[in-house]
Design a protein around this ligand. Sequence first.
Ligand code: SF4
Ligand code: SF4
Length: 264
Amino acid sequence: MPPLPAVDSASDEILRMQVELRRALAKPVAERNWIMVIDGRKCVGCQACVVACVAENVLPPGVTYRSVPEIEYGSYPDVKRYPMPTQCMQCDRPPCVPAANAMAPGAMAKRPDGIVAIDYGKFRGRAAFDAAARACPYRAIYYDDGRFFTQDSPAFQPYEAAPSHDWGRHWIRTPGRPNEAPAGGARKCHFCLHRLEAGLLPVCVTTCIGRALYFGDRGDGRSLVSELLAKNPRHVLRIRENRGTEPRVYYLTDDPAFIAGFHA
Ligand code: SF4
Ligand code: SF4
């Protein structure tokens, strides 16, 4: 991969994270410790990350690797609304994995770098999907039923047959083949693994209008994500921490109520 320009890392967080990513990639996979930090104070709810994710991963109808719902809490007249970016949390104790594997052996696995992976060849069918979806406390896993956005329109659009790059392979979905992987199985966020391996940050991070998204190696004490968590210990939350899933997505907020609705 081409060398990155020298940067004053304090002045550009994206370039700093890019440099840190390359530093992490120089280590063995098992020594990379990927996490995401989301600064809830900076998200403006624009949905640009969602659109970028759909385009990057050529996602079909009904599948979205991330979403930014608006959370409302309080009672009139003291009501607040927050945009709440969410996605697969790449849990360290992921309940989806045993649930899926009980129905479809080998369907899911925890990678040594922390990403919870799907094997599209083994994760087949609705029954395995339903089991994993029921187990996931974050509604982060979706079923690809083989549909296309433009399949019933006057002209099928070629961009829907563009390749996606999930889990180290190239995939092309074909109309009329709803059981051909990745259709006919479960899909979810993979921290843009294909981009990471090419030395690029996840597309949501590079797209974010509010600069609310951070990604990096928690095993690197000098990384921006490590610094953010260390500097803001009283402002770090994880969604539904009480479920014991050990999510790898951390939220920064000044207002604990920001996340209250997600603790149930
Ligand atoms: S967020 Fe859900 S799908 Fe992702 S690893 Fe955790 S339990 Fe599994
Ligand atoms: S792009 Fe950034 S600011 Fe916009 S919704 Fe996504 S996380 Fe929030």
